[in-house]
Design a protein around this ligand. Sequence first.
Ligand code: PLP
Length: 369
Amino acid sequence: MEQKQTINFGAGPAKLPQSVLLQAQKELLNYSGLGISVLEMSHRSADFNKIINKSESLLRELLDIPDNYKVLFLQGGGSGQFSAVPLNLIGLKEDRCADYLVTGTWSAKAAKEAEKYGKVNIVHPKLESYTKIPDPSSWTLNPSASYVYYCCNETVNGVEYNFTPETNGVVLISDMSSNFLSRPIDVSKFGLIFAGAQKNIGSAGVTVVIVREDLLGHALKECPIVLDYKVQAEMNSLYNTPPCFSVYIMGLVLEWIKNNGGSAAMETLNKQKSSMIYEIIDSSKGFYVCPVDPSCRSRMNVPFHVGKKEGDDALEKKFLEGASKRGMISLKGHRSVGGLRASLYNAVTLEDTAALADYMKVFLKEHQF
Ligand code: PLP
């Protein structure tokens, strides 16, 4: 059956809720009766102030962020934070060292960047492939580390933590770019959380940083001023021109999350959606293969191969062509790992996921060995 609507399973920038796009469209030329677009609005105006404050208060409400945390809206993406985190925090303790958990492409990049600014200790034996999270009993954490860093959901590899690492009092930092607001979290367990908006909460350009107040003011002297958390916190993220439109879109998405039951409701849906796909993979008798250990399979990004463990190129190409005919796009795996990947962020609906599941079943029937 041909599907008319395009279903976007992209890993990011990713699908946005239809109602958010419609509202942005409606307000594009004349925001709130002001006769100008948010795209044209001064970031120093009272009207923009309302927009940025609304995004912040929605975030605080949705995540129940304690009062002793600052919320920043920065530029530079998740990659900018790979630098900002050590620039601001590796000097927290004299030794200038940090513990990193490297469970996928993005935490590997973050660890490499941090090496420029201090000593980096990878707390577990190097993984041969990014398909599991080493058991915490095998980690060697350094009590003198300035912080412990991990990536909560590895977007490329489809590896997600379903627990919060225990650090014996050392500041915990998490990159939640690709599972932010996909489930409830206890912010008070973290020193800092960051997330690029372009997967679960908006459009590219803005990165959310939630940071505990006592961690401000420890930046290395080399830290660029726009990345200095203390400066940005004191200026309400307006030290320089922020990504105004992305902050506005994020506010619309956060409102949509709130109106749809918040992070707990997102979690319920995300569990349902991802189970739908994993169940087909697991019952396909090896026709579909997900390389990730079942204990840490991501609810957001489902990587899989078709035909055999390492993937049958011809079958995978055919799968993508058939998907495209049904309106399903961006199912190709990341170039570094190949295969296929279905990203099931908050805005991807149960119906979207069911359409993929149906297609996977049909494709299996037609091509089963
Ligand atoms: N961290 C994670 C988990 C990501 O998925 C990405 C990008 O996809 C990044 C960091 C880097 O983000 P950016 O491209 O915004 O720098």
